[in-house]
Design a protein around this ligand. Structure first.
Ligand SMILES: [Zn+2]
Length: 279
């Protein structure tokens, strides 16, 4: 098992009619615990790094840790660079050993998004690295219109042309989700999702997983989402579990019992989320 291409994982879950979960990680603990939880359920997992996190950990260190953890894992583990607009950072990630990258040209007009994505695909595929792109507007969950305004949702016709022209390995689509904590419960446009899924073969990705009700997530997996990105809610869990631990006022303060406490909370969360993919 161990280190695996994201496209291989996505094809496999697509065959089973479900999704793989992708977690934005930031340090050894988050990487190892997510892989550990995936192993408990015998499910594949995608470890992602958000480019801004390179303020805390280098691309090289993140890749080395993930590969070391993956080498001992009993399940497939892919390493993906999340949302990136910089050609240089993407090249840096590929050089560091990431086997999947995301080029996010979704803010650009269609033709330009196609052009920048094609550039990345050309380089990445030559080096056996997968590429995810985004089409449509997946905005911020603090802005209601970002996930409720259907004019920003991915058009089926554009998705078809985009995937044909770019040959990407995964496509993030806008169907009513957004990044961060939602100000109002989101309602995914499952009709649009099934139309997209019927029109194109490329695995579809749902961003902004935090706060989408479990039932909607499972419906989305059944209807064509093959990768779900999660970050916000368990970043918050890292914080709240640490705070809880401190407030309990342990007699013997120290890092090790604190890590164990956090590990337990993060495992609980990851196991619950991962289990949703058993649809
Ligand atoms: Zn995203």
């Amino acid at each position: 098992m161990a280190f695996e291409k994201m496209s291989t994982i996505l094809r496999e879950v697509d065959r089973k009619g479900t999704a793989a979960l992708a977690f934005d990680c930031m340090h050894y603990e988050s990487i190892a615990w997510m892989v550990g939880a995936a192993e408990q359920l015998n499910l594949p997992v995608i470890i992602m790094l958000y480019p801004a996190m390179t303020n805390f950990i280098s691309l090289e260190a993140f890749a080395a840790i993930t590969k070391a953890v993956a080498a001992k894992a009993k399940v497939p583990v892919a390493l993906h660079l999340d949302h990136c607009e910089s050609f240089d950072t993407i090249l840096g990630a590929i050089k560091a050993g990431f086997n999947s990258v995301m080029i996010d040209g979704s803010k650009l007009p269609f033709e330009q998004n196609v052009a920048v994505t094609k550039e990345i695909v050309k380089v990445a595929h030559a080096l056996d690295v997968d590429v995810e792109a985004e089409l449509g507007k997946v905005g911020r969950a603090v802005n209601k219109e970002d996930f409720q305004d259907k004019s920003g949702y991915t058009s089926v016709d554009e998705a078809l042309r985009f995937t044909e022209q770019t040959n990407v390995d995964a496509l993030a689509v806008a169907i009513g989700s957004a990044h961060g904590f939602y100000v109002e419960e989101p309602k995914l446009d499952l009709q649009r999702l099934s139309e997209l899924n019927a029109a194109i073969d490329t695995p579809l990705v749902l961003h902004g997983g935090t706060g989408i009700p479990d039932e909607q997530l499972q419906q989305a997996f059944r209807m064509g989402i093959n990768k779900l990105n999660l970050g916000t809610e368990y970043f918050a869990l890292f914080y709240s579990s640490l705070r809880e631990y401190v407030e309990r006022g342990e007699e013997r303060p120290g890092m090790f019992p604190m890590w164990n406490y956090q590990k337990e909370k993060v495992y609980e969360y990851a196991l619950r989320k991962l289990a949703l993919t058993n649809v």
